[in-house]
Design a protein around this ligand. Structure first.
Ligand code: NAP
Length: 243
C-alpha cells in the first residue's frame, strides 16, 4: 500500500516479540532492516530472512552503540527509520527496589534510545530526512504499581519524543511514540491468570494486542503519508488507557 523504496531501518529488540514482528513487516515491505538484540543466540530467530541483517549489541553500552553505527553504515548506509523498541522490566515495589534494578531498566529503556538516536541523528540531519519511533508503554503514560523504574523510563521516552520532535522538525525528521497496552509476547508471559483476567476486564476490546497491531502503526508512521505527524503518542491498547 505504501512506497518505501530504497528505505533503510534499524530496529532494536528485533529477536523476539514486538521488535521481531516490526522487523519482519518492514522487511516484507522492501525496507532493509538492521535488527539488533543482545546475543548471537537470540538473533538466530531473524537469521536468513530477506532484507534483515542481524547485529548483536547491548544498547545500554555506549561503546557497543558506536560499533553498531559503524556496522549499519557499512551494511545499509544512512538509516532512514529508527525504531527504539528494545526494553526490559525488573519489577519491584519501590521500598524493596534495588539501585541495580532501577539503574538497569533506565539504562536499557531510556539511555539506550538516547545513545542510538543521537548517533543516527547526524546522518538524518544531513539527509534532511528521518523517522524516529519510540516504543513506550501505557505504564509510561498512566504509571503502574511495582513498576516505578519501568514507568519512569517509559514516561521519559514520551518527554524525549516531544522535545526531540520540536528540535528536529525543521530538518524534516519526525519523532513519534507508540504506547502499547498489553501485547502477547514474552514480556507478559510471567503474568498470572488472575492478573491477565484483571487486565481483560479493563480492556474495552476484551482481548490482548498482537505484535502486528504495533507493526501496522510502524509501517504507517514510516510512510510518506505520515509526513505531517510528529511529537505524538499513539495508544495501541484496546482502549485500556480510556479507564
Ligand atoms: P520482549 O519480548 O521481552 O523482547 C525484548 C527485546 O528487547 C528482545 O529482542 C531483547 O533481546 C531486546 N533487548 C533487551 N535488552 C536489550 C539490550 N540491552 N540491548 C539490545 N536489545 C535488548 O519484549 P516485547 O514485549 O516485544 O516489548 C518490546 C517493547 O514494547 C519494549 O520496549 C516493551 O517495554 C514495550 N511494551 C511491551 C508491552 C507488552 O505487553 N508486551 C506493553 C507495553 C510496552 P534478546 O532476545 O537478546 O534478549
Amino acid at each position: 500500500m505504501f512506497n518505501y523504496s530504497g528505505k533503510t531501518a534499524l530496529v532494536t529488540g528485533a529477536s523476539r516479540g514486538i521488535g521481531k514482528t516490526i522487523s519482519m513487516m518492514l522487511a516484507a515491505n522492501g525496507i532493509k532492516v538492521i535488527g539488533v538484540a543482545t546475543s548471537e543466540e537470540s538473533l538466530k530467530s531473524i537469521q536468513n530472512i530477506d532484507n534483515i541483517i542481524p547485529f548483536c549489541c547491548d544498547i545500554s553500552n555506549e561503546k557497543s552503540i558506536e560499533e553498531l553505527y559503524i556496522f549499519s553504515k557499512e551494511h545499509s548506509g544512512s538509516i532512514d527509520i529508527l525504531v527504539n523498541n528494545a526494553g526490559i522490566h525488573m519489577d519491584n515495589i519501590l521500598l524493596k527496589m534495588k539501585t541495580d534494578e532501577w539503574q538497569k531498566v533506565l539504562d536499557v529503556n531510556l539511555n539506550g534510545p538516547f545513545y542510538l538516536t543521537r548517533i543516527l541523528l547526524k546522518d538524518m540531519i544531513k539527509n534532511k530526512n528521518g523517522r524516529i519511533i519510540n516504543i513506550s508503554s501505557i505504564a509510561g503514560t498512566d504509571g503502574n504499581k511495582g513498576q516505578s523504574n519501568y514507568s519512569a523510563s517509559k514516561g521519559g521516552l514520551l518527554a524525549f519524543t516531544k522535545s526531540l520532535a520540536k528540535e528536529v522538525g525543521r530538518r524534516n525528521i519526525t519523532v513519534n511514540c507508540i504506547a502499547p497496552g498489553v501485547i502477547e509476547t514474552d514480556m507478559i508471559s510471567h503474568l498470572t491468570d488472575t492478573v491477565k483476567n484483571n487486565y481483560l476486564n479493563r480492556i474495552p476490546l476484551k482481548k490482548f494486542g498482537k505484535p502486528e497491531d504495533i507493526g501496522k502503526m510502524i509501517l504507517f508512521l514510516s510512510s510518506d503519508e505520515a509526513s505531517y505527524i510528529t511529537g505524538q503518542t499513539f495508544h495501541i491498547d484496546g482502549g485500556i488507557s480510556l479507564n
